[in-house]
Structures are given as structure tokens and as C-alpha cells.
Design a protein around this ligand. Structure first.
Ligand code: RIB
Length: 299
């Protein structure tokens, strides 16, 4: 069983020919809303990959609460662990440029109310061998408590080190498996401006110190990981991205689902990388997450 402890947002998405520079105004050419939030996106990806998924998080009591949960609900994700609190649902203001790149500002809203007792709610229903998936879009104190409680129960933890927060390097040491992009990994390793050789050396050093499984996503270059002392690589698909929002979350959800299903680690990386590539071909975070059969067709 997979439980995701994390954020649930409503994404407000504007598309532009190019992203603005600080202080600049550019004309938009489209606007849409879509369900998002790193936690919810990862839960939906694991669900679409075919697993039983429980979402633990929070929404507000506003007009965004229902649409933010709609796709999870339709997919069959267990939502009893989502609390409804006074105040607004989390929102993300997203700009997507013509090249598919994005800029995001997240206003936490209800996500900011999660505490250690919510982490306990998540863990109460979990057993040894289950998988807990976390990100850093909810308070670091709640994430820290969840990681410690999971360790006490023999629950496997997967921490996606996004978005990068001041707590990220410390919390990153507490999970069994860490998934980070290049920048997030540099912060975890405490070294900026890494080239490929530096990254591999840092993976070996950190893994030697902590024994953790470490996975670094590299965008179009695929993914590099270290597990049980072995460096592994996997590629996604060669694509022209339309919108990369949610691609990292799709990777995390598919990876968690594959581990939960007992898929071999290297194959899990490849499946997750392919799913992440497919998520770049459609607009919006949750609407772009592929179904298991679509991913299987491309592996
Ligand atoms: O990772 C993509 C997500 O980041 C978006 O759905 C948005 O809600 C922000 O949390």
C-alpha cells in the first residue's frame, strides 16, 4: 500500500510565448485551471500506475477544494485522510512558456496547516513494508515527524526533495529513498555547479555515508541513481515538451508504484522516466499524467 503525505493545490495556469524576466510584463495566450500540488500529483501518478493509494493532506473550505480533489476521486484514490480546514485551498500560480518551461509560485493555504498529528494519522493505518511518499510543499516539521514515525514502523519512505526549502538538506538525510533534481541534489550534497563526474562522485560519497538510495532526475538526460553501492542510469523518451509541469511528480508516483508492485529497481527507474516524459506532452499537472497502459506501450 502507498500513502502520500503532502500538498493538494489548485493550479492557475497562464501560457505565454516566453517567460517574463523579473519586473517585465508579457502577453499571455491562454489560461486554464487544473488540479495540482506535488503530493496530489504523485498520488494520482501512483494510482494511474495501478496501485492502491491513500492521500493524506488538507484542503480549505472554498470553491477550489472540490476541483482540486476531483481527479484523485475519479481515479479511486482513498481520500478519507484529507482534512477540510477553514481558509483557502493551496494554490499555485504557474506560467508556461512556449518552450514548455515554467515558473511557479505556490501559496500553501490549507497545506500549511499539516502537523505532526496529521503525520500520525497517515502512519496509523500503515504497516511494515508499506510505502510513504513525501515532498516539501507542506511544513517541514510535519514531514520530519512522518519520516521518524515511518522509520519506527518499518515503513519505506520516499522523499522528493521539492520544492527546495531550507530544511531540504537535513530532511533529505532522514528518508530511505531520496528523489531530487540536479539543483536539489546539489543542495543535498552541499556542492554547487556539479558536472556529471562531480555528481557521480557525490552520489557515491553520500551513499557511502548514509546507505540511502539516491535518485537524481536529469530532465532530457534521464536519471542517475545509486542503490546498494551500484550506480544505475535510465532514459526517458526523446520528446518535444509541451508543458513540463508535473513531470517530476509523475516520475515519483510511478517510481513508488513500481516499487510497491515489486518491480526490479532498474526497471522501476525506466518506467518512471518514460511516464515522466509522457507527462510533458500535455498541458497541466494532473491532466497530463499517463495511464499505466500508455507507459507500458512506450517502454
Ligand atoms: O510539481 C508541479 C506542482 O507544483 C504543481 O501542480 C503546483 O501545484 C506546484 O505544487
Amino acid at each position: 500500500m502507498i500513502t502520500v503525505f503532502g500538498s493538494i493545490n489548485m493550479d492557475l495556469i497562464a501560457t505565454t510565448d516566453r517567460l517574463p524576466k523579473p519586473g517585465e510584463t508579457v502577453a499571455g495566450n491562454g489560461f486554464a485551471t487544473a488540479a495540482g500540488g506535488k503530493g496530489a500529483n504523485q498520488a494520482l501518478a501512483a494510482q494511474r500506475a495501478g496501485r492502491v493509494v491513500h492521500m493524506v493532506g488538507a484542503v480549505g473550505k472554498d470553491e477550489f477544494a472540490a476541483p482540486a480533489l476531483a481527479l484523485l476521486d475519479q481515479a479511486g484514490t482513498q481520500l478519507a485522510g484529507v482534512k477540510h480546514v477553514d481558509g483557502p485551498t493551496g494554490t499555485a500560480l504557474i506560467l508556461v512558456g512556449g518552450d514548455g518551461e515554467n515558473m511557479i509560485a505556490v501559496v500553501p493555504g490549507a497545506n500549511g496547516t499539516l502537523t505532526a498529528s496529521d503525520a500520525n494519522r497517515a502512519l496509523d493505518a500503515m504497516r511494515e513494508g508499506d510505502i510513504l511518499v513525501l515532498q516539501l510543499e507542506v511544513p517541514g516539521s510535519a514531514v520530519e515527524h512522518a519520516l521518524a514515525a515511518a522509520r519506527g514502523k518499518g515503513v519505506t519512505t520516499i522523499l522528493n526533495l521539492a520544492p527546495l526549502t531550507v530544511d531540504a538538506p537535513r530532511l533529505g538525510r532522514l528518508a530511505d529513498i531520496v528523489i531530487a533534481n540536479e539543483t536539489e541534489f546539489e543542495r543535498l550534497a552541499g556542492q554547487d555547479g556539479m558536472n556529471a563526474a562531480d555528481r557521480e562522485a557525490a552520489l557515491k560519497l553520500l551513499h557511502g555515508e548514509t546507505g540511502q538510495t539516491l535518485i537524481v532526475t536529469l530532465g532530457a538526460e534521464g536519471v542517475i541513481a545509486i542503490r546498494d553501492g551500484k550506480i544505475l542510469r535510465a532514459q526517458g523518451l526523446k520528446i518535444e515538451p509541451v508543458d513540463t509541469v508535473g513531470a517530476g511528480d509523475t516520475f515519483c508516483g510511478y517510481f513508488a508504484a513500481s516499487l510497491d508492485e515489486g518491480v526490479d529497481f532498474h526497471k522501476a527507474l525506466r518506467r518512471a522516466a518514460v511516464a515522466g516524459s509522457l507527462a510533458c506532452l500535455k498541458a497541466g499537472a494532473q491532466p497530463s499524467i499517463p495511464l499505466s497502459a500508455e507507459v507500458a506501450n512506450k517502454i
